[in-house]
Ligand binder design. Structure first.
Ligand code: ZN
Length: 275
């Protein structure tokens, strides 16, 4: 019995030492990055991105630091594609842009970014109420907690050509959604904000989904990608793409949604991005 107790104590202290080591390593990295010069080769890629061009100098500096941190903390894994600096910088830029004004946010749960060369059909194992099924599915992106999948050809086009959609923003919005415990279109919110979000966003989602399924009277809802009618989580991700790629349109036609997103992201995108 005593041996067991001693063994448990040893495990406990080893675990504590591991946590402490991890924490100190992280602090050291933060300090080191503060004095690291942002590589010119990275900036060259950023300078071709319309969103980066529109940021004021202060936010450019801020996001460059975030990008270095992101690249240091996350593992990029290329699947049938070599992970280049360009891939890392572009994906990190949009991942960091959407959380640029959020506190302590560098996607804590996230460890891996899988990069595919293009949209692919994959076998997917789905767990539905404990029942596992294998199915084919089409990916241009996918987010599941510790990993995000991005299809590079889509991501590249979205980044350089302002296509009013953005697969990186879409997938990392799912990742933020996941931080609340489930991917259901409700990201982590302050308690006082929760009901407001449900009332405003869900009301519009239901109206949108109803009109899409009836194939008529879309009116202003035709501005939203119909894929958003799939479920509340996709609605959140699709409208988030709008918030970042055509914020003025979102603000004009859906001012209530815009306000909720502006508060959640802590960013007034229409002020910076007049796309
Ligand atoms: Zn999605």
């Amino acid at each position: 019995m005593i041996k067991l107790i001693i063994a448990l104590w040893i495990i406990f202290f080893v675990y504590l030492a591991y946590l402490l080591f991890d924490y100190l390593k992280y602090k050291y990295l933060l300090k080191k990055l503060k004095t690291t010069k942002f590589p010119d080769v990275y900036r060259k890629y950023l300078q071709n991105i319309p969103h980066y061009q529109k940021l004021p100098k202060k936010l450019k500096t801020k996001i460059e630091y975030s990008i270095l941190l992101f690249i240091n903390l996350k593992k990029f894994i290329g699947v049938y594609v070599e992970v280049t600096d360009e891939i890392k910088v572009i994906i990190s830029f949009y991942a960091c842009l959407i959380v640029i004004n959020k506190k302590n946010s560098c996607y804590e749960e996230l460890e891996y970014i899988y990069v595919y060369p293009h949209t692919m059909i994959l076998d997917n194992i789905r767990n539905s109420g404990g029942i596992y099924t294998k199915e084919k599915f089409l990916i241009s992106g996918e987010s599941i907690g510790e990993s995000v999948i991005v299809s590079w050809d889509e991501a590249k086009k979205d980044a350089y050509h302002l296509r009013h959609q953005n697969v990186i923003v879409h997938e990392f919005t799912h990742e933020l959604d996941f931080e609340s415990g489930t991917v259901n279109g409700v990201p982590p919110l302050e308690k006082s904000k929760y009901n407001e979000w449900i009332n405003i966003i869900y009301k519009d989602y239901q109206e949108f989904a109803k009109r899409i399924s009836n194939h008529k009277n879309l009116e202003k809802y035709k501005l939203i990608n119909p894929y958003g009618a799939t479920n509340e989580a996709e609605f959140f991700a699709v409208v988030s793409e709008m918030f970042w790629t055509k914020p003025k349109t979102l603000k004009l036609h859906f001012p209530d949604i815009y306000k909720e997103y502006k508060e959640f992201f802590n960013f007034d995108s229409a002020k910076y991005f007049d796309f």
